[in-house]
Design a binder for this molecule. Structure first.
Ligand SMILES: [Zn+2]
Length: 247
C-alpha cells in the first residue's frame, strides 16, 4: 500500500456525489440477488477436493496491513466447470468468455425429490411442458441448497443424463444446479458432466437462493480469472426493479 494512500473515507478525486447503492449507471434498472455461497475457512467441499483454508498472512498489528492467505480448490463453493474438468482436450477457463456465462435464464423447479433420487424430464415437466427453445442458462432448483452445510448435501438428487441431453437440444448452454453436482456425488461415473462438458457447454454447481428469484430472469456467473478446469464464481441474478419475485 503506498504511504500516501488516502485515509478511508477521504475523497480521492472530485468525482461528484457518491451514487446511491443500486443507482449506478444503467444497472440502476436492476435489482441484484446473490446466488452464491459464501467462501469460508473449513467450508464444505466435494469429497476429495482440497479443503478451504483461510487465515491471516499479514496483520494490521504486526505488519501494518491485513492480508489473507487463501487456499482452496478450483471447484470451491459456487463455481463453474470448464469442459477440461472431465474431457481430455476440452476447453479451459482461458477459453470461456464472460458472454458464455451471462444471459437469459430459466429456473426449473423440482420440489419434493428424495435423497439420491435421479430426476428426468417427467419431473422437470411436472408443472407443465418445457418450451421447445430454452434460454441459454438453465438453473435447476431442487431445494437442496439448504443442505449445503449438512451431511445431507452428499445425498443430493441427480439429473438423468438423457434429460441433460434434451435440455442441450433445446438450447441450454449453461446447466446450473443447486447441488454439489448434477451427477451423483460419491460415484465413479459423471454421465451428465460427460453429456454437457462433452458438448463444450458449461456446468455451474452449488448455486443457492433460487427460491428468491422468478422463473424467468437474467443471470451472470462471474468467474475468477483462472485459466484451468474451473473457477469459483459470483452468481448474480439481475431482476427488473419492481418485478414480482414470487417463484
Ligand atoms: Zn465442479
Amino acid at each position: 500500500m503506498p504511504a500516501d494512500a488516502p485515509a478511508p473515507g477521504r475523497a480521492v478525486a472530485p468525482l461528484g456525489p457518491v451514487p446511491q447503492a443500486g443507482a449506478v449507471g444503467p444497472l440502476g434498472a436492476w435489482e441484484l440477488r446473490d446466488l452464491s455461497h459464501p467462501i469460508a475457512d473449513g467450508m464444505p467441499v466435494y469429497p476429495g477436493d482440497p479443503e478451504v483454508h483461510i487465515g491471516a498472512a499479514l496483520t494490521l498489528d504486526d505488519d501494518g496491513v491485513d492480508v489473507t492467505d487463501i487456499r482452496m480448490g478450483s471447484h470451491t463453493g459456487t463455481h463453474v466447470d470448464a469442459p477440461s474438468h472431465t474431457v481430455a482436450g476440452g476447453r479451459t477457463m482461458a477459453d470461456v468468455a464472460l458472454d458464455d456465462l451471462v444471459g437469459a435464464a430459466v429456473v426449473l423447479r423440482v420440489p419434493g425429490l428424495a435423497d439420491d433420487e435421479v430426476y428426468g424430464m417427467a419431473r422437470l415437466e411436472a408443472r407443465g411442458p418445457l418450451p421447445e427453445r430454452l434460454p441459454p442458462i438453465v438453473l435447476i432448483d431442487t431445494g437442496w441448497a439448504r443442505w449445503f452445510g449438512d451431511e445431507r448435501r452428499l445425498r443430493h438428487p441427480a439429473l438423468d443424463p438423457d434429460a441433460a441431453g434434451e435440455l442441450l437440444r433445446r438450447g441450454m448452454r449453461v446447466l446450473a444446479v443447486d447441488t454439489l453436482s448434477p451427477d451423483p456425488t460419491g460415484g465413479a461415473a459423471f454421465p451428465v458432466h460427460g453429456v454437457v462438458l462433452g458438448s463444450g457447454r458449461l456446468i455451474v454447481e452449488n448455486v443457492t437462493g433460487l427460491e428468491q428469484v422468478p422463473d424467468r430472469l437474467q443471470v451472470g456467473f462471474f468467474p475468477l480469472r483462472l485459466a484451468g478446469d474451473g473457477a469459483p464464481v459470483r452468481a448474480v441474478a439481475f431482476l427488473p426493479h419492481g418485478a414480482d419475485h414470487a417463484g
